[in-house]
Design a protein around this ligand. Sequence first.
Ligand code: HEC
Ligand code: HEC
Ligand code: HEC
Length: 415
Amino acid sequence: MKFMNQALYAGVLGLSCGLTLFIVQPNQSILPNAEAKGKKWKYFGSATCGGGSCHAAKEQEKERPANEYITWKKKDRHSKAFDSLFEEESEEMCEELDIEEPSKDKACTICHTTDVTKDLHGEKFNREDGVSCDGCHGPAEGWYKPHTKTHKYEDMLAKGMWDTRNLFRRADVCVKCHLQIDPKLVDAGHPDLSFELFTHSHREPPHWYERQTWDGIRAWSVGQTVSLRDALTKIKSRLGQKDNEEELGFAIAQGLSHTTVFRHAVGELGETHEKAFILDLHGRLSNGKTKGLLEACKKGITILTKLGRRLATADVFNEKMVVSVFKKVANDPDLSSVEEYQAEQVAGALFALYNSKVYGKGPRLQKPLKEPEQIKAIFVRPAIWEPADLFDDESSEFKEKLWLKRLKEAAKLVK
Ligand code: HEC
Ligand code: HEC
Ligand code: HEC
């Protein structure tokens, strides 16, 4: 399996990259349950949700898919996340990492299963579910019974259901597993992680109807705040450590991939001080200098949290804004030179904004997204080296010029 060499980032940023030893430090235990602090509710496992017509109906319903379990089981990689730990790729990776049984080691199970302590296992809990229903919706013990009868969504949240309808909370759930990978795993061959909420939701594939107004630009912009906040959190913790230029370079590059696109939107979406902050941060991350960066990160985490929360529900979007942000991102003069993670974020932005224009205020509900050829052609996924024709056969280098040529075509999609 090819893997991304993170030294590449450090190279891009002109940072030195000494040899660094990383310690495998699995993420903290599974997600915090903000609404139910202190309560220890049990996780029930997907089999609890999969029976009968509740979430395993053959046909979709008008109000909700009703076949959520089937989509998860048959089409969603999350249901295969545990199985992946037995694949050859995992074996190779783990040999390098000195991990004997990936399916039993926290270094892997923290993301590839719903990893909770035994006292929280309900009757049908099964690690083999991979990322189970409660892995994203929260432990079911509190809300399981009431949610099978007429109920108010908010009451379920009070009983421990995680609020995935709110895009800020949804992004929080996803990035817990989709961004915070130990660089040592990547060095050993694990796909590198990068995240864009709109594209990732589409790829899951969704087993839900999208009920937000302006869900394209909303999901994209909220996802940017959460992903950038994650990058700043990493930068902040890595600035304080010795001998980790490489890790730091990676976090900086991650941040830069987000400011590259988000700086074109924050002026229209945010307040003056938020715009000023993002532009300043973009400058800092571009020149790779670390002076004052720690303070900027601390400030940024607060600003982005506030902004993200606000955008998740705010009524600030309109078509003119969608068109204007699309054009700014697509025609950014600074993109004359671009690395693949930035390219990925540009593509994600254009995909989200294009669909936002097509579907307008919405809500989109179950209507399928549009994927024009021009956007497909720039959809680079550096973590898994896709599409193959955007990477050099021999050196695996990203074909920047080819991508930029294709971007020009995609830019014409919205006039
Ligand atoms: C508990 C950890 C966890 C959570 C929470 C989680 N994922 Fe994942 N996700 C994974 C793992 C692990 C894989 C890889 C599964 C495999 O192929 O083995 C994955 C795979 C995927 C894939 C397919 C691979 C790809 O990149 O195209 C998509 C799309 C995805 N996740 C989207 C999401 C979205 C959207 C959310 C939030 C709503 C989310 N995930 C929440 C762990 C998680
Ligand atoms: C921080 C969360 C996280 C941790 C820890 C983690 N993974 Fe993953 N893993 C993911 C995600 C997310 C993906 C999907 C990547 C993508 O396609 O974008 C993935 C993908 C994979 C894949 C490729 C699956 C495929 O689609 O074929 C393998 C194999 C894998 N992981 C094995 C491991 C092993 C072995 C470990 C432990 C050494 C591990 N992972 C630890 C999150 C994680
Ligand atoms: C990787 C994360 C993830 C996993 C795993 C997951 N869901 Fe979801 N689910 C979501 C997100 C995100 C939404 C969209 C927001 C919402 O409606 O709550 C959603 C929505 C739903 C909805 C509301 C559908 C609608 O349109 O009203 C149901 C019901 C649901 N999921 C059931 C399930 C069941 C059952 C499972 C397990 C078989 C499952 N989910 C597994 C993330 C996940």
